[in-house]
Design a protein around this ligand. Structure first.
Ligand code: PHE
Length: 341
């Protein structure tokens, strides 16, 4: 009896039903009153108790399987007749086509670029895996100078001269090496620093840096361009403040703050109680850097600035945690769908 059960199970599993006739035949053979399953149950009633104990369960399983298959075939047949009745319903709405949205960092990066484009900047891009010269050397970081510690660098293990760029100033070096002034260029892109990941720091982030080189470029020119940027970005009432700072590649160097306000507790937290937030580093390009890149510092001068896109986005959209930008949580990303960019 066990063999019969096994054989039937195999047959049922292998049966394919593709027509109304085949469905009828399946029922006739297996599940009808006079079908093989019922026959087996009749036989079951006649066998001795010890056999019953062995074959009872497989027999019940066989029955269940036979009826499950029947149901499958019936549904299949129903679907087939339905679609045969209405082969093409042209009044049905189409499949929804959900348009994607730009990432908030792309929106903000594009905004920054479009502000500077209006005052004559163009965009230059460069490699993320850089050599030491373009990321550090040309930018007046002497070998083994502690200034290199300002930016915790990821080095390429097998090529000690190569690293993941720590800022997009590396692109500015490439532009200066390959172009004669006047230069008026933005370098947006991803940069890397070896920092522990937290709400306020990440091992990669995005920058937009700017570079202007021409005859008689002054600190006042820089201040005017940056003030224009702040107003375009944060509104007519935006105020800026330049504080003295240090970068190896600029002399004199400054950091720029924008006035944020001190009305809410959040403002206190954001600005550490000062009302100002720092948004970028800037300064006059160090004459050594110009010379390193083949530009005569006695003829030309220039300014440079660099800002973090995440920081600007945080100010515009109040994003509380840097990690949100790279977690790809659709609930976060969808909020930006209507903001264009
Ligand atoms: N490269 C600097 C940084 O990544 C920013 C900067 C750019 C500062 C240009 C001054 C001038 O921190």
């Amino acid at each position: 009896m066990q063999e019969k059960i096994e054989a039937l199970l195999k047959e049922i599993n292998e049966t394919v039903v593709e027509s109304a006739e085949a469905l009828e035949a399946y029922q006739r053979r297996f599940t009808n009153k006079k079908g093989l399953i019922n026959d087996l149950f009749a036989e079951f009633r006649t066998v001795p108790g010890d056999v019953k104990r062995v074959v009872g369960r497989p027999l019940n399983e066989l029955k269940k399987r036979a009826y499950d298959r029947l149901q499958e075939f019936q549904q299949q047949a129903k679907r087939a007749t339905q679609s045969a009745d209405r082969p093409h319903d042209l009044t049905l709405p189409g499949d929804p086509h959900v348009a994607g949205a730009r990432h908030p960092l792309s929106i903000v990066q594009n905004k920054i670029i479009s502000v500077f484009e209006r005052i004559g900047f163009t965009v230059a891009e460069g490699p993320e895996v850089e050599d030491d010269w373009h990321n550090f050397g040309a930018l007046n970081f002497p070998d083994n100078h502690p200034a290199r510690d300002m930016q915790d660098t990821f080095f390429v293990e097998r090529e000690p001269d190569h690293l993941l760029r720590t800022h997009t100033s590396s692109v500015q070096v490439r532009v200066m090496e390959n172009n004669d002034p006047p230069i008026r260029v933005l370098s947006p892109g991803r940069v890397y620093r070896n920092e522990a990941i937290s709400a306020r720091a990440h091992c990669f982030f995005h920058q937009v840096e700017g570079l202007v080189i021409d005859k008689d470029v002054s600190f006042a020119d820089m201040k005017q361009a940056l003030q224009y940027f702040a107003i375009q970005m944060f509104g007519k009432k935006a105020k800026i403040k330049l504080r003295p700072s240090y970068f190896p590649f600029t002399e004199i160097s400054a950091e720029m703050d924008v006035w944020w306000g001190l009305e809410t507790q959040d403002d206190y937290r954001m600005t550490k109680g000062s009302g100002w937030v720092e948004i970028m580093g800037c300064g006059m390009v160090d004459p050594n850097v110009l010379a390193n890149c083949g530009i005569d510092p006695d003829v030309y001068s220039g300014y440079a600035f660099g800002m973090g896109v995440e920081r600007i986005a945080q100010l515009l959209y109040r994003v509380p945690d840097l990690r949100l930008y790279s977690q790809n949580d659709l609930r976060f990303l969808k909020q930006f769908a209507k903001m264009g960019g």
